[in-house]
Ligand binder design. Structure first.
Ligand SMILES: Nc1nc2c(ncn2[C@@H]2O[C@H](COP(=O)(O)OP(=O)(O)OP(=O)(O)O)[C@@H](O)[C@H]2O)c(=O)[nH]1
Ligand SMILES: [Mg+2]
Length: 489
């Protein structure tokens, strides 16, 4: 394959960066851990809890080097990349622990460096640097665009938008689309309207009731400083052929802007961030998908397959092995498991495993170890058995966030209640089988859906002596063991 001049420059730049990283890692062993997940998946809470636990002595019995006392100290240090925002750890901890509120939504990439002093199993003292990079999962789902032409992307987006339940949400955009002629002269107003309606369609798909996951291009929903720029002002066209786009036509304009999106958004992300990661945790809010119903779960499955494809695509399409993604461990974690009674945790994990296994089978040869866990980075609930008629139901106790409602009752954010969110079926297949098997919010009102969870406030913490309280969690230690345990041997 012949390379264009800009691609050669790009390669040279990446090779130089890879060499620099390599030299750095040689003298100073470093793990670059990517933490990603679609918006609201639990990234910020996960990173905050992980750092708090490591630096303040959390309870991590399954994280071997920590539990056996080989980790002497973990401390924050200035991060390596000057152009990336710092992860606002201190503020997030304060919000969580003092105000009992969840941190605000974040939309950008951020980074934090943790230095871990530890003793090897053979007794030698060593240091491991852990760089944690938090980035939106939507950016990851953009990577497959690198290998797609405008025409391919257009056709795929359009056919997805004609499936249920998306078709219903896309009617406005579809009717505008029908008025466009791809071969007519380019028209800024038409492009603006198409992009606006297309974005609105994507936004409705993400709504709590539908909870769709597969919604590229990611920056349409989180534009940041690109809002209003031509690189975000395009949309799919209904193209019946693969023919040329005449100069000056609407089709040529859309195609040019799609390519610009790849150049200014997707490639830099790949080069500067994704290709430099060593380990990856993908946080998945599977419970929100259950909340909505089977279609959301099928969509989530497609998004996870897309994410795994990214790791594979990254490996196979780049030319030099120097700057291929070097990710050798990927953990898929279902977050917010504290919304379920522990008897359902295994089921949650089984659903995620089932969802990922299909994707793994498709994306053969990712070249990485893959594991699955159901966790809660911060456990907001306790468990109880509550008498209901003759039955004692396994329930969870927590303080619902102000404004949450259930059974016609609105909560004030102060009172603790016992709830029963619903059981997950023993056989994960049932969740995927359509409305007959499992009803969610997209097809039934809240009181009739099979699973409905409430948002709880972060837990009330008990102070033990003068020590700062630790944050309770579920299986955060198992995640740590998989992600960095082997680098602390
Ligand atoms: N109960 C419980 N809720 C959680 C947990 N982690 C996250 N949440 C909930 O999920 C919401 C989103 O969590 P964040 O950590 O902000 O998610 P994010 O992925 O950083 O979201 P964006 O920054 O918006 O992309 C929080 O506001 C909480 O309501 C958890 O461990 N337990
Ligand atoms: Mg966040």
């Amino acid at each position: 394959m012949a390379l264009s001049f800009s691609e050669v420059i790009e390669e040279a730049r990446q090779s130089a960066r890879a060499l620099l990283d390599y030299g750095d890692h040689f003298f100073n062993p470093t793990v670059r851990l990517g933490v990603t997940g679609l918006s609201r998946a639990g990234k910020t809470v996960f990173i905050t809890a992980l750092i708090h636990g490591l630096t303040r002595g959390g309870r991590f019995p399954i994280f071997e080097p920590f539990a056996t006392g080989r980790i002497a100290k973990a401390r924050l240090a200035p991060q390596p990349d000057d152009a990336v925002p710092r992860f606002d750890y201190e503020n997030h901890v304060r919000t969580l622990m003092e105000q009992r509120r969840w941190p605000n939504s974040t939309v950008d990439i951020s980074e934090l460096r943790l230095v871990i002093d530890y003793q090897r199993k053979n007794g030698a003292d060593r240091t491991l640097t852990l760089d944690i990079v938090d980035y939106p999962g939507e950016w990851l789902l953009d990577l497959p665009l690198l290998n797609k032409s405008y025409e391919q992307w257009s056709a795929e987006s359009l056919s997805l938008s004609r499936e249920r339940p998306r078709a219903r949400l896309a009617t406005q955009w579809h009717s505008h689309l029908a008025t466009l002629n791809a071969l007519e002269a380019e028209d800024e107003q038409a492009a603006l309207t198409a992009a606006r309606l297309f974005t609105e369609y994507l936004r409705t798909c993400r709504d709590e009731r539908f909870a769709m996951s597969l919604l590229p291009p990611g920056r349409f929903l989180m534009p940041g400083n690109l809002a209003g720029s031509p690189a975000l002002t395009f949309a799919p066209l209904d193209l019946s052929d693969n023919g040329a786009a005449p100069e000056g036509s609407l089709r040529a304009m859309m195609r040019r802007r799609y390519e610009a999106y790849k150049d200014v958004v997707v490639r830099p992300f790949f080069r500067d961030h994704f290709s430099r990661l060593d380990r990856q945790v993908v946080l998945v809010d599977a419970l929100s998908a259950f909340n909505s119903g089977p279609e959301a779960l099928v969509d989530l499955e497609a998004a996870l397959a897309g994410i795994l494809d990214c790791f594979r695509i990254g490996r196979s399409t780049l030319l030099s092995s120097l700057f291929r993604p070097r990710i050798d461990r990927i953990l898929f974690a279902a977050t917010k498991a504290d919304h379920l009674h522990h008897s359902s945790h295994d089921r949650l994990e089984a659903v995620l495993r089932r969802t990922v296994n299909r994707a793994v089978a498709r994306a053969e040869n990712t070249g990485a170890d893959i594991d699955v866990v159901a966790l809660a980075a911060v456990r907001a609930t306790r468990e109880a058995r509550v008498q209901l008629g003759r039955e004692k139901l396994p329930s969870i106790l927590g303080t619902p966030a102000p404004g949450e409602t259930a059974g016609g009752e609105a909560f004030d954010g102060e009172t603790e209640v016992a709830t029963f969110p619903g059981d997950l079926p023993a056989d994960p297949e049932e969740l995927f089988m359509g409305e007959a098997a499992f009803r969610g919010l997209s097809s039934a009102p809240a009181e009739k859906s099979d699973f409905r969870f409430l948002r709880f406030r972060p837990p009330q913490l008990e102070r033990e002596g003068i020590d700062e309280p630790v944050l309770p969690h579920i299986r955060l230690d198992r995640a740590l063991q998989f992600l960095i345990g082997d680098r602390l041997q």
